[in-house]
Design a protein around this ligand. Structure first.
Ligand SMILES: Cc1ncc(C[n+]2csc(CCOP(=O)(O)OP(=O)(O)O)c2C)c(N)n1
Ligand code: SF4
Length: 274
């Protein structure tokens, strides 16, 4: 029997499929939406696939770079942003796409996130928020809601979480958006928009991790976890940063929070803008 050819197959390293993702993980939904946006840009001729570079750190989300049929680098935990920065400084024509978890990007790599946004470095950062360090079994992450018990906070997380959208939006980033795996059409739409811009572009994608985070909050069943997340996600049209709530109880606001056309680092270094 001949294999059914999927229209997105050409964007995947098929020899690496199936992925290592757990059944019911939201990351596959996100990857499909991202590839649909990239496919559209490439077929329109606005992106050269030979100039695309995916960079991932360590973790389930970072591992996405294993599966895409593009130049890709799998680097050390939290260091995908500085690796991508070096790549675009050496070769300013590259389109660098960084993927990583909330632990990798906002925790271990948090300092790099701040300074890349401040410098408006030409790259897209896709941060997958599943509220824990998932690959290593569910340690507390900077995004873990207060009170949730994890393997490192068995009596409940005593800390306040970071709101990465507000943090990055308060800096010099040209684009800041949030979507969810329960709204793949917005992942596709926001990534498509980001692909057509310059400067630092940040998209937080809230994802379901039934295997690890689900266990911690009593939502081990993938369908149940997906529908609980869907109930909490609220789309707003171009909301202000003050509205960027991300709270399991009060709701998770998604949308495009920031859209600017500030000069990017590469434009400044090239002297085309100041
Ligand atoms: C420097 C370093 N510290 C710790 C680890 C162990 N480690 C591997 S994956 C991971 C968790 C990744 O969590 P996150 O970035 O949130 O991604 P997720 O798996 O949740 O998608 C950790 C702590 C490592 N590989 N390298
Ligand atoms: S541990 Fe969680 S994030 Fe990682 S593959 Fe499994 S469900 Fe997905």
């Amino acid at each position: 029997m001949t294999r059914q050819i999927h229209p997105l197959d050409k964007h995947l390293r098929l020899e690496r499929i199936p992925t290592l993702y757990c059944p019911g993980c939201g990351l596959g939904i996100a990857l499909g939406a991202l590839l649909r946006a990239l496919d559209k840009r490439i077929s329109e001729g606005t992106i050269n696939p030979d100039k695309v570079l995916w960079v991932g750190g360590i973790g389930c989300s970072s591992r996405m770079v294993f599966y895409v049929n593009y130049d890709a680098a799998h680097v050390i935990h939290g260091r995908a942003i500085p690796f991508a920065l070096g790549a675009v400084l050496a070769n300013p024509d590259l389109l660098a796409i960084v993927t990583g978890g909330d632990g990798d990007i906002a925790g271990i790599g948090g300092n790099h996130l701040i300074h890349a946004a401040r410098r408006n470095v030409d790259m897209i950062v896709l941060m997958f928020t599943n509220f824990v360090y998932a690959m290593t079994g569910g340690q507390v992450a900077p995004t873990t809601p207060r009170g949730v018990s994890t393997t490192t906070t068995p009596r409940g997380n005593p800390e306040y979480p970071v709101n990465a959208v507000k943090l990055v939006g308060s800096l010099n980033a040209n684009y800041v958006a949030r979507a969810s795996v329960t709204t793949p059409h917005y992942i596709e739409q926001f990534f498509y928009k980001a692909l057509g811009m310059r400067g630092f572009r940040f998209i937080e994608i809230v994802s379901t991790c039934p295997e690890i985070y689900g266990r911690h909050i009593g939502l081990r069943d993938p369908v149940e976890m997906y529908s609980e997340l869907r109930k909490r996600v609220k789309y707003k049209h171009k909301p202000s940063l003050e509205k960027a709530e991300i709270d399991w109880e009060k709701g998770i606001v998604i949308g495009e929070f920031v859209e600017r056309s500030n000069p990017s680092l590469i434009e400044i270094l090239k002297g085309v803008r100041s």
